[in-house]
Design a protein. Structure first.
Length: 104
């Protein structure tokens, strides 16, 4: 028995919902850690779109691009979290409202 194939629109709807949740997280939250997680959620929504279009068109280009996007995102998260830990150690807060304190 074959598994049912979801249409491309279903994948795009899920990706749009994930991206919307990510945007709301970036705009509403004040914790830098939550903002990083929201940005990662938006990147994963775009990755889902790439994979869905790749599968719909029968090509591997989108999946290869997702591999590189995930590699860059992992490096970005590592650097971002290192900066966040350094700020937290110096300021004892991770709120983005106090970013103006970083100006020299």
């Amino acid at each position: 028995m074959e598994s049912p194939v979801l249409p491309l629109a279903a994948y795009q709807l899920v990706a749009a919902m994930l991206f919307t949740v990510g945007i709301v997280g970036v705009l509403v939250r004040r914790s830098a850690l939550i903002i990083f997680m929201s940005i990662a959620l938006m990147l994963n929504a775009v990755n889902l779109s790439f994979v869905a279009f790749s599968k719909a068109h029968g090509q591997m280009d989108g999946q290869i691009f997702v591999f590189f996007v995930m590699s860059v995102a992992a490096a970005e998260v590592a650097v971002g979290l290192a900066i966040l830990v350094a700020i937290f150690r110096n300021r004892e807060t991770a709120s983005v409202d106090e970013v103006h304190l970083l100006k020299g």
